[in-house]
Design a protein around this ligand. Structure first.
Ligand code: SAM
Length: 230
């Protein structure tokens, strides 16, 4: 059974696409998406030997070798230009996801959709999308096993379109999530609010270097955005 987190990612894949799932681990996502009839085929990329072997085994056990190509390599280097329509990167930090996208930019030429699930640091991912002319088109937020996850979907277009005149708030909170404001979203940001309050208090007790002052200012700005939405 696939986690709800990955199911929500699958929901954002265009029907009939060929996908690349980068950092696929057990290749659960592409196997599920293929078996459910969502995709025509997939490349499952892995950089680490253990997860790469798990992906190979999973695909072999389900007899999907002809549909799902498991490849070992760093990020987008495992795909060739024009090979896939959609790239999925799930279950990593936002900084790692943006590194993979940035390093492999030239491979994204024929790609029409990105499905990204940062465990933390979704703001980095939204910023990267803006800087690279990808328009955020949809967002999910969900809670599973005590964690709250965000899933982002983007296509080429007008990268500023979803933000209106609230760029900073949108980058932090997610323009669609902020609009929808469901229970999980509220829970996440109530939690983040007290987390930030604690860090700011601690910073106030330490020597206020330039660096600390800057961090404090940024966190206070975030706190303001959070309080406005709650
Ligand atoms: N995508 C799966 C999911 O969401 O459940 C697996 C997530 S797992 C926590 C992250 C995986 O990404 C690990 O198996 C790791 O080896 C792989 N990974 C990390 N950096 C990578 C890179 N630059 N290229 C390919 N795979 C990478």
């Amino acid at each position: 059974k696939l986690s709800n987190r990955l199911k929500q990612a699958v929901e954002f894949i265009p029907k009939g696409a060929v996908i690349a799932d980068i950092g696929s681990d057990h290749a659960y996502l592409p196997c599920y998406a293929y078996e459910m009839g969502y995709i025509k085929g997939a490349v499952a990329g892995e950089i680490t030997d253990g997860p790469f072997q798990s992906a190979l085994n999973q695909v072999k056990n389900l007899e999907l070798n002809e549909k799902i190509s498991v490849r070992k390599g760093n990020g987008l280097e495992v795909i060739s230009k024009g090979e896939v329509d959609c790239v999925v990167i799930a279950g990593m930090g936002g900084a790692l996801i943006t590194n993979i996208l940035e390093e492999g930019k030239h491979k994204l030429e024929g790609v029409t959709r990105l499905v990204l699930q940062p465990n933390i640091g979704a703001r980095n991912v939204r910023k990267w999308l803006i800087n690279n002319d990808w328009e955020l088109k949809g967002e999910h937020i969900l809670e599973e096993d005590g964690h709250i996850y965000e899933v982002l979907m983007a296509e080429r277009g007008n990268p500023m379109a979803p933000y209106g005149d609230a760029l900073e708030k949108g980058l932090l909170l997610g323009p669609f999530l902020r609009e929808e404001k469901n229970e999980t979203f509220v829970k996440k940001w109530i939690h983040e609010e007290s987390h930030l309050e604690r860090i700011i208090k601690q910073l106030e007790k330490s020597t206020l270097t330039q660096e600390n002052l800057k961090r404090k200012g940024e966190m206070e700005q975030d706190l303001k955005s959070i309080r406005e939405v709650l």
